[in-house]
Ligand binder design. Sequence first.
Ligand SMILES: CC(C)(COP(=O)(O)OP(=O)(O)OC[C@H]1O[C@@H](n2cnc3c(N)ncnc32)[C@H](O)[C@@H]1OP(=O)(O)O)[C@@H](O)C(=O)NCCC(=O)NCCS
Length: 164
Amino acid sequence: MNPPPTIRPMTPADWPAVWALFREVAAAGDVFAYDEHTPEEVARALWFGPGAVGYVVESGGEVVGTYFVRPAQPGRGNHVANAGYMVAPAARGRGLASRMCGHSLDVARRLGYRAMQYVFVVSTNAAAVRVWEKHGFAVVGRVPGAFRHAAHGLVDTLVMYREL
Ligand SMILES: CC(C)(COP(=O)(O)OP(=O)(O)OC[C@H]1O[C@@H](n2cnc3c(N)ncnc32)[C@H](O)[C@@H]1OP(=O)(O)O)[C@@H](O)C(=O)NCCC(=O)NCCS
């Protein structure tokens, strides 16, 4: 039996696995603005760009989840963190996003951020909204029709926020 999944800092060697997961999620067209045309370097910068830190969830030697934390804005907005999370489809529904969310809040606090803001949560992404609300995030804004969902057409996006 595999040991329980562990969260550890991401290294460049993890990138191929994370990029494969990113492409899979992007291609589904249901939760990310990033789509199948997103260049690899644009995605890579989310985890490895200036100010960004990345973590992966490893289970049985495989990357089954990942997240990044980075400044939501440059300069005078860089005390607020942004983060993004993905769990491999086969590993969903086992609390990994919830663990990553809690972990990322600790990481952000340690890095000195004052708050965390998710800027583009697709309103139909019920699992994500549930996990973020459980971790103390509130919906502070709703942008009508901001996402072109592959199955549902125009759907709203949410801005979610919590202090740290
Ligand atoms: C969203 C995502 C990160 C969740 O990962 P996960 O590891 O399955 O999440 P968890 O197991 O920690 O928690 C899922 C929660 O949502 C609930 N849930 C799942 N599907 C649901 C649905 N359709 N409606 C309502 N709640 C749902 C689960 O019951 C669980 O809540 P509970 O712990 O109170 O029972 C994962 O689905 C994913 O990677 N999706 C693609 C990328 C993405 O959407 N990222 C977030 C962008 S904001």
